[in-house]
Design a protein around this ligand. Structure first.
Ligand SMILES: [Zn+2]
Length: 348
């Protein structure tokens, strides 16, 4: 698995995804995408931890000090009085371009992921555009993939956020097996059951791994609540803070916390959005639906992690560029050739 994982896990962060600017025609809704390889099911599996050796060495995540990762953050000299650096947000677009199945040496947990269409494209677009918006509003941003079909295991994704010392990491998923009434955020703290929180974990026996950082768990819970609140407003649907379950979903490790969140040392919020449309589990989201989800995520992140200078006024510049960004997000070379030409950037 090491060799395989190593080959696939070659990326690090998408520091700056400069999207080709804009087209003109504004498609209203995306048509059906051709049926891809293997659309897997429904609830979001998310797990796994790639093999130990591949990820660490490959994912050279710049340290905050070494590389300001993107946005033009004012240097200390430029702003004598304010040395505070803008928060770094890691955006984690759901799924791997190729199926991954390996074992995390540290925990013994299986790191399993797979391509999931059309989710993998939709969530990449949304993550790229939310990232662009956050940068426009003054944040630093890193993505766990540089292209929609990059293959990155779950352990590697967690490592990216950990190494970058992210103020917040956000996984972005949708679920075409569930209708739009299903909208959720998940934190590393879980929810109360009869007044008490349960252990958040994955695996059984000697592999059982429990999330034990109470401070991070609480920060994650607060962020999950903030994002749920803003998503509810933006999407016009109730987004609940929930607890997931992976039990009975072999080969996924049993438990109640996504692997990326379990292995994270930073607050991490995992998002799901029901996207079944017209009875179809493969029909792509409309741009309007993508925009609403993206807006909720963007405003939610900004509410959860304010800038040192204070909260960003809404609707921010970042929010205002979302629609155009999503309409023109497709980049050639990442496997999106299946998408209709009018969804590709002009000139491609
Ligand atoms: Zn997913």
């Amino acid at each position: 698995m090491a060799a395989r994982g190593g080959a696939g896990a070659l990326l690090a962060l998408a520091v700056t995804l400069v999207l080709a600017g804009c087209g003109s025609a504004e498609p209203v809704a995306r048509p059906l995408l051709p049926t891809p390889p293997q659309t897997v099911f429904s609830p979001e599996p998310q797990t796994a931890s790639p093999s130990p050796s591949p990820s660490p060495s490959v994912l050279a995540v710049p340290t905050p000090a070494a590389t300001p990762l993107a946005t033009a953050v004012p240097t200390p000299s430029a702003t004598p009085s304010t040395t505070a650096v803008a928060p770094l947000v890691v955006l984690d677009p759901g799924h791997s371009g190729k199926s991954i199945s390996s074992t995390d040496a540290a925990s013994g947990l299986r790191d399993i992921d797979y391509p999931n269409y059309p989710e993998i494209y939709e969530m990449f677009d949304i993550s790229v555009c939310v990232g662009k918006g956050l940068r426009a509003d003054g944040y630093r941003v890193a993505l766990t993939k540089t292209k929609a079909l990059d293959s990155v295991g779950l352990v590697a994704r967690a490592k990216i956020a950990n190494d970058a010392k992210a103020a917040l990491a956000v996984s972005v998923h949708d679920d075409h097996s569930q209708g739009p009434a299903f909208q959720a955020t998940y934190s590393q703290r879980g929810i109360r059951h009869d007044g008490d929180y349960h252990a958040m974990y994955r695996g059984t026996g000697s592999k059982r791994t429990v999330f034990s950082d109470a401070e991070v768990a609480q920060a994650s819970e607060k962020a999950a609540e903030a994002i749920a609140r803003e998503r509810t407003k933006a999407q016009g649907r109730t987004v609940g803070v929930r607890e997931n379950t992976y039990t009975g979903r072999a080969p996924l490790e049993p438990g109640n916390l996504a692997i990326v969140q379990l292995l994270a040392k930073v607050p991490w919020v995992y998002n799901e959005a029901g996207a079944k449309s017209g009875g179809s589990t493969t029909k792509a989201m409309s741009i309007a639906t993508e925009e609403a989800y993206a807006k909720g995520l963007l405003v939610g992140v900004e509410a959860a992690v304010p800038l040192p200078a204070g909260a960003v006024s809404q609707p921010s510049a970042g929010v205002q560029q979302l629609k155009q960004c999503l309409t023109t997000a497709a980049t050639p070379g990442d496997g999106r050739v299946d998408r209709p030409a009018r969804y590709r950037p002009s000139g491609s």
